[in-house]
Write a protein that binds this ligand. Structure first.
Ligand code: MN3
Length: 247
């Protein structure tokens, strides 16, 4: 399996897209058949959104993120968001045909009564899909040259970027995320968002995100969120971030 790469900048999965990919090599990877150690998609496809299989085993990010946390986080937390979103989307056939990103960007086109549920659950789906996709057992280290140059231009240095994203994540009050984004003007920036709010809600493209809900770290790190954030940098897949940034 050395040299095999999971496709990294595919849009967040919808059933329509997954079915479209099913006969392709990318589809085989997404369905978890072609990579040793990949976690199978836990549930049958039964709605507009699909819980993606992880491209690595639950224990693969040890010791930085423990296997039990990864398993519960993927199957229970992300899985519940996919199921909740699909229950809402079952009554919205036209909206269901959008990609998850488009659902978030065009949330004001959904019925008012559905928006909070979609914001939380489609947002959670998009955030977690990004999270899984930008971590790797072979992550950490330094970004590739083009991304390094872009981060230096935006933040002064890669180290300053790391410091600022870590501070944004540490400073989230309660549950939320900190993201590296490309904003609507094309500039790189850092945003901290509460709950499962997604940068897509305001048209920004998330490139990297760290989940600082307690479920992401409490089993291993208890209240030591800063230790979890420091450990998370060791599994950041810079190549995936660079591809999402188009660099
Ligand atoms: Mn989470």
């Amino acid at each position: 399996m050395v040299g095999m790469r999971t496709p990294r900048h595919l849009p967040v999965l919808t059933r329509r897209r997954l079915l479209g990919l099913a006969g392709t090599a990318a589809g085989a990877l997404l369905l978890g058949r072609a990579r040793a150690g990949a976690q199978p998609a836990p549930a049958a496809v039964s709605g507009a959104l699909v819980l993606p299989a992880l491209p690595y085993a639950y224990e693969a990010l040890e010791p930085h993120i423990d296997a039990q946390t990864m398993n519960l986080h993927h199957t229970r937390h992300h899985g519940a968001q996919v199921a909740n979103a699909n229950r809402i989307l079952a009554d919205l056939p036209a909206f269901s045909r959008l990609s998850a990103e488009e659902m978030l960007r065009r949330l004001d086109e959904a019925p008012e009564a559905a928006r909070t549920g979609l914001r939380n659950n489609v947002g959670g789906h998009a955030n977690h899909a990004l999270f899984w996709d930008t971590m790797s057992p072979s992550g950490g280290g330094e970004p590739p040259a083009a991304l390094r140059t872009a981060l230096e231009a935006a933040f002064g240095s890669v180290e300053q970027f790391r410091t600022r994203l870590s501070a944004a994540a540490a400073g989230v009050f309660g549950s939320g995320w900190a993201f590296l984004v490309r904003d609507t003007r094309g500039a790189l920036g850092i945003v901290a968002l509460p709950n499962q709010d997604s940068p897509w809600l305001v048209g920004s493209t998330p490139l990297l995100g760290v989940d600082v809900w307690e479920h992401a770290y409490y089993l291993k790190y208890q209240n030591r969120r800063a230790d979890y954030i420091a450990a998370w940098w060791n599994v950041v897949d810079w190549g995936a971030v660079a591809r999402r940034a188009g660099l």
